[in-house]
Write a new protein. Structure first.
Length: 291
């Protein structure tokens, strides 16, 4: 999935009357980068509308930048009047008037309410204008077929909300919560980082991951041992774990595989003329062990 994130304002914009250190533009810049990171953990391709906080860009153009995306999300904090007002703190999502973003918007507004513990309930709203949506970013997103919304994170005219939004730890919580809501809505799961090819050990034993992410199971595999030393044939069970000791291979024959931890563990052993077990040498041309 591809999502377009918009930090709602640039530069130093919308200073709080409750705390002169708070600017809406600072908060949304931090939050949209945190959310981008969390969404990418779910395998989402995230694009943003500004290369840096200082860059201004037309409202419509920012929305239209979401062409090809499944969601346009513009992050904000709200204001009522020009002074402090501690009675209003509801989160709001202003959605496209075509209702294409209503479902995810309602979930995100409820998420902000729950994480910030606002006194008033989150809500969604639709604001029509003369040429479609009133808000230019939403109008731009709609023009390119992207469900779009503006998400207001309570009010920076509310002292409690302002203090909450100034805490970077709280923004981390918000980014994670919003990413989780988006992932659940679209049926996304977190992507595990691809391990490099090689040997791995867990509580059940040793296993080997190939370069393509698959692993041998129920078969033999010619591999270099874990420390990069010797090479040999290793036998894996049906779950993909390396076998040791006396084992019956898929060909129905019994083999003895070294049980001693170390560089030869799992490699085939044979008995020499004196009846002593040793690591078998393999003849690659004849495709058989040297007895």
């Amino acid at each position: 999935m591809k999502i377009c994130l918009d930090a709602g304002h640039y530069g130093k914009y919308n200073q709080s009357p409750c705390n002169s250190a708070y600017y809406e533009s600072d908060m949304v810049w931090k939050l949209h980068l945190l959310l981008k990171k969390r969404l990418e953990e779910y395998g989402v391709t995230v694009i943003t509308t500004r290369p840096n906080q200082e860059t201004n860009r037309a409202l419509y153009d920012r929305g239209a930048a979401s062409a090809g995306c499944g969601l346009f999300l513009s992050l904000h904090s709200n204001a009522v009047g020009s002074g402090r007002n501690d009675t209003i703190d509801y989160p709001a999502a202003y959605c496209a008037i075509n209702h294409s973003a209503d479902d995810i918007a309602a979930k995100l507004a409820a998420c902000v309410e729950a994480v910030m513990q606002t006194k008033q309930e989150g809500r969604i709203e639709h604001v029509p204008g003369k040429n479609g949506d009133y808000y230019g970013v939403v109008r731009g997103a709609t023009a390119v077929g992207t469900p779009g919304l503006i998400l207001e994170h309570s009010f920076h005219t509310n002292a409690r909300s302002t203090a909450w939004l100034m805490d970077d730890g709280n923004l981390e919580k918000m980014a994670q919560a919003e990413a989780d809501v988006i992932a659940l809505h679209y049926g996304l799961t977190k992507q595990q980082a691809q391990r490099p090819a090689g040997w791995y050990e867990d509580e059940k034993g040793w296993w080997y991951q190939n370069e393509d992410g698959t692993y041998p199971k129920g078969c033999w595999a010619w591999l270099r041992e874990a420390t990069g030393g010797t090479e040999g044939w290793y036998l894996f069970d049906d779950a993909g774990y390396m076998l040791t000791g006396a084992q019956i291979a898929p060909d129905g024959k019994m083999y003895y595989l070294c049980e001693a931890p170390g560089i030869h563990e799992g490699q085939c052993m044979v008995t020499n003329d004196q009846g002593v077990l040793r690591i078998a040498e393999y003849d690659m041309e004849r495709r058989r062990y040297k007895l």
